[in-house]
Design a protein around this ligand. Structure first.
Ligand code: TPP
Ligand code: MG
Length: 634
């Protein structure tokens, strides 16, 4: 075999253009494109390589210019999630602040277990001119740079100090990106001088490579233990997490639920894993779940977690499960999650695992009484949701009515995108999902600013879908700039901008914890109180969106909102609909709890009262440490 003389950056681009992933016999590009923002750290290295690839056709790696490095990582996460982790995008950033801006996105990707490849530019390997512009320069060691902050946030990190190190680094990066159990942020730190350095590469480095995305099957003995535990349970509850969707296991889940009669609750990432109107679907579980799922969870003697990481929102901070003998069976591709709550570990792909469980449980069904027990509760709950969707709240509409108008009109071929504020909770409780890709709420990191950037990536991954970014005023003010990227790329988003002049979410949390909504309004400072509780600010976020290139529709009522939705759907350009809502409007109760500690001592009466309530809930927390005994698994 011969060699090819290329720079390190040119080799990276050519290599990435030749990587594929495969699952169930379907092949697709593993890294189909690259976001980037150039600075001196990458303009002449990766930037030159991307240009050369495009103009000479030597490698196919389309480049997308983002407006903020954090935003481009969010967009990449939206993209990879929508592609069920079979494809990921690369992100190139300059050294210092450019790469540091990707840190939040890296944490978000790893927390959500979603692949993204970060090409972080680094300080000169030769250090001839050190310190360079934007170099951290620590007295404790000259080989440390800002990029070392990626290490704890990345599932794979390597810094390519010399060209000879590149092939192993690239192969390691692909291995982790394509492994459903390992995946997350993958960071290759590329010193700016090394990017431009030429090397003679073995030709085979650029061979077409197919990364098989595994569907690990359950170990036979573990499967037997899980089957026995499920057979011996009288009140089992299945919790469907994001892993069901990423594994494309939704049909197996429906079959499993139908065959066994076991009710299915969902998590934020798992909403849509089962249709809301499936006979066994009981809605969201946990702090912001449905009271139906929470009542079942309270009395469940067995919880079957499938593709869930059991966040505190899902377990209501370990108060959701109150049966004295509750045990867990956890089907998860990641041992970390399968081991949680001392459960029977079924380390496997969700689809393979569900099919194997269904076979092992053949002929087994929970008692009819149990299957019927929650029907009435569910009917009552559906009525509560309908009411929340049609409150007729005055003078400003309630947020639940905005969500209702969306839910009733978007259809299954749409995706709604959210991440932080009061909407994730309202959505988890009220949204009726009709399709596995309809509900996209980033709630592992719950990062304000994900909504528009994430929506951009989702629309890139699924151009045939109508993508709705639902964004609160707080999140909008943190990160709206990818509207410009959407406009320049001709990518159509529908942005629903919910203006309530501050943090409705943290405001009501603060009030419930005795902190009186302190610091959660976006208001003028009030000369009388000294607090930020004066008049509303004269700000116009609709005008802001318009200034970034979006078409804008301002509405005041829910009827106007519905009409605006029709117009936005008919439009071809990115369109923002601005609506003001009442942050204090009522929301149904999940009849659940979330652990946010309240001051143990306080002079404020509101805090002291809240502390008493807090201690009551704290007493309900369970360690969930009891191992599953032999008699339940044999
Ligand atoms: C980057 C980031 N900073 C802080 C938080 C904590 N936080 C969660 S929700 C929220 C307020 C969100 O405000 P807005 O987008 O207006 O939504 P609303 O609560 O009004 O529905 C804050 C500050 C967060 N989740 N993400
Ligand atoms: Mg708000």
């Amino acid at each position: 075999m011969g060699t090819i003389r290329l720079t390190v950056a040119q080799a990276v681009v050519r290599f990435l253009a030749n990587q594929y992933s495969e699952r169930d016999g379907h092949e697709q590009r593993l890294i189909p494109g690259c976001f980037g923002i150039f600075g001196h750290g990458n303009v002449a290295g990766v930037g030159q390589a991307l240009l050369e690839a495009q103009v000479t056709g030597s490698a196919d790696l389309p480049y997308y210019l983002a407006r903020n490095e954090q935003g481009m990582v969010h967009a990449s996460v939206g993209y990879a999630t929508t592609r069920n982790r079979l494809q990921a995008l690369a992100c190139t950033a300059s050294i210092g602040p450019g790469s540091a801006n990707m840190l939040t996105g890296a944490a978000l990707a790893t927390t959500n277990r979603i692949p993204v490849l970060l090409l972080a530019s680094d300080i000169f390997a030769t250090r001839v001119g050190s310190p360079v512009l934007q170099e951290l320069e620590l007295p404790s060691g000259y080989d440390i740079s800002v990029n070392d902050a990626f290490r704890p946030l990345s599932r794979f990190f390597d810094r390519v100090w010399r060209p000879e190190q590149l092939p192993a680094a690239l192969l390691g990066a692909m291995r982790v990106l394509a492994d459903p159990a390992e995946t997350g942020a993958v960071t290759l730190a590329l010193p700016q001088d090394v990017q431009a350095e030429a090397h003679d590469w073995p030709e085979e480095l650029f061979a077409r490579r197919v990364w098989h995305v595994a569907r690990p099957v359950p170990e036979r003995a573990a499967l037997a233990r899980a089957v026995a535990a499920i057979r011996s349970a009288r009140r089992p509850l299945l919790v469907a997490g994001g892993g069901v969707i990423y594994s494309e296991a939704t049909a197996e889940l429906a079959r499993f639920a139908e065959a066994t009669g076991i009710p299915v609750a969902d998590t934020q990432a798992g909403k849509g894993a089962i249709r809301w109107d499936h006979p066994q679907a009981v809605g969201g579980l946990g702090s912001t779940g449905s009271p139906v799922a929470n009542a079942l969870a309270r009395d469940a003697d067995l919880v079957i977690g499938v593709g869930t990481r059991y966040s505190d929102f899902t377990t209501a901070s370990r108060t959701a499960f109150q049966h004295p003998d509750v045990r867990f069976v956890n089907l998860n591709v990641t041992a970390l999650d399968a081991a949680k709550h001392a459960g029977v570990m079924l380390v496997a792909d969700a689809r393979e695992g569900l099919a194997a469980l269904a076979e092992g449980l053949s002929g087994h069904r929970v008692e009819d009484d149990y299957t019927r027990s929650h029907r009435e509760h569910l009917d009552r709950w559906n009525h509560v949701v309908d009411e929340a969707y049609h409150l007729g709240h005055q003078p400003l509409p309630a947020q639940t009515e905005v969500l209702g108008a969306l839910n009733e009109t978007v259809g299954p071929n749409a995706t709604i995108v959210q991440a932080a504020g009061s909407m994730p909770g309202d959505l988890q409780m009220l949204w009726r999902a009709e399709d596995p890709q309809q509900y996209h709420v980033e709630y592992a990191f719950s990062c304000m600013g994900y909504e528009i950037a994430g929506a951009l990536g989702i629309k890139m991954a699924a151009p045939e879908r109508e993508v709705y970014s639902l964004v609160g005023d707080g999140s909008y003010l943190m990160m709206a700039q990818e509207i410009v990227t959407a406009v320049s790329e001709g990518i159509k988003l529908i942005i629903v901008l919910v203006q309530n002049h501050g943090f409705s979410s943290i405001g009501s949390l603060s009030e419930s914890l005795g902190s009186q909504r302190f610091g959660t309004w976006y208001r003028f400072r009030n000369a009388d109180t000294g607090l930020l509780d004066g008049d509303k600010l004269p700000i116009d976020l609709a005008a802001n969106a318009e200034s970034l290139g979006a078409d804008v529709i301002r509405v005041k009522t829910i009827d106007e909102f519905r009409t605006a939705l029709d117009a936005a759907r008919a439009a071809t350009r990115t369109t923002a609909i601005h609506i003001e809502t009442d942050p204090l409007a009522p929301v149904p109760s999940s009849e659940s709890w979330w652990d946010v500690p309240v001051s143990e001592v306080a002079q404020l009466d509101s805090t002291r009262q809240a502390r008493k309530t807090y201690e009551g809930h704290k007493a309900e927390q369970r360690p969930l440490l009891t191992p599953v005994t032999d008699e339940r698994t044999s």
